[in-house]
Design a protein around this ligand. Structure first.
Ligand SMILES: CC(C)(COP(=O)(O)OP(=O)(O)OC[C@H]1O[C@@H](n2cnc3c(N)ncnc32)[C@H](O)[C@@H]1OP(=O)(O)O)[C@@H](O)C(=O)NCCC(=O)NCCS
Length: 157
């Protein structure tokens, strides 16, 4: 077994700085504002919210946060450290979210993704999400005009 195999676990109150770093380093290169530790603490304190941290001994790999409300859930974010991309971490985090919300009773999982984000769109397509809506100018970008978002839905069996 690889001694540096990443391990996934619930994201807790002691992980806020690590989660904020992962979020910042994933989103700021796309011109999006990274979340602060306070942003993440606020989310984790709100009802129905849960997160995951994927970490190896050598460093953090990724994080995801979702929210469940009755039979609907939402993926709020997923972020993988740029040095660990295309190794299955994003899919692993997404599958953890899907299992979590399904077990909690959700029947559908929604998300929004930038039209200008082909990596994330390909990830969501690969697990069966379908586009169900479009939000014009949804994401502010540091440079250039705001980006449109696609709303996607996964029906949970
Ligand atoms: C989107 C993101 C989470 C994907 O993480 P990842 O660990 O690289 O993804 P995985 O290795 O699990 O890839 C799973 C599948 O997604 C698709 N995919 C991922 N990155 C891709 C890319 N750059 N180009 C094309 N397809 C891609 C592929 O289908 C891939 O399967 P494959 O490697 O067998 O071809 C990562 O790129 C990231 O953190 N981006 C910045 C933050 C972000 O955009 N989050 C989502 C906001 S809605």
């Amino acid at each position: 077994m690889n001694d540096d195999e990443p391990v996934q676990r619930p994201l807790g109150a002691l992980d806020l700085d690590r989660a904020a770093r992962l979020h910042r380093e994933a989103f700021e290169p796309m011109g999006e504002r990274g979340w602060t530790r306070q942003d993440i603490a606020g989310l984790l304190a709100s009802p129905g919210t849960a997160g995951f941290l994927l970490a190896a001994k050598s460093g953090d790999v990724g994080m995801a946060i979702c929210r469940i409300a009755a039979d609907e859930a939402e993926l709020l974010t997923v972020a993988v450290d740029p040095r660990h991309r295309r190794q299955g971490a994003g899919r692993r985090l997404l599958e953890a979210v899907i299992d979590k919300v399904r077990l909690a009773g959700a029947r559908t999982l929604f998300l929004e993704v930038g039209m200008d984000n082909p990596a994330a769109r390909a990830l969501y397509d690969s697990v069966g999400f379908v586009a169900v809506g479009h939000r014009k100018g949804y994401y502010a970008r540091a440079a250039g005009p705001p980006a449109d978002a696609v709303v996607m839905r996964l029906t949970l069996k």
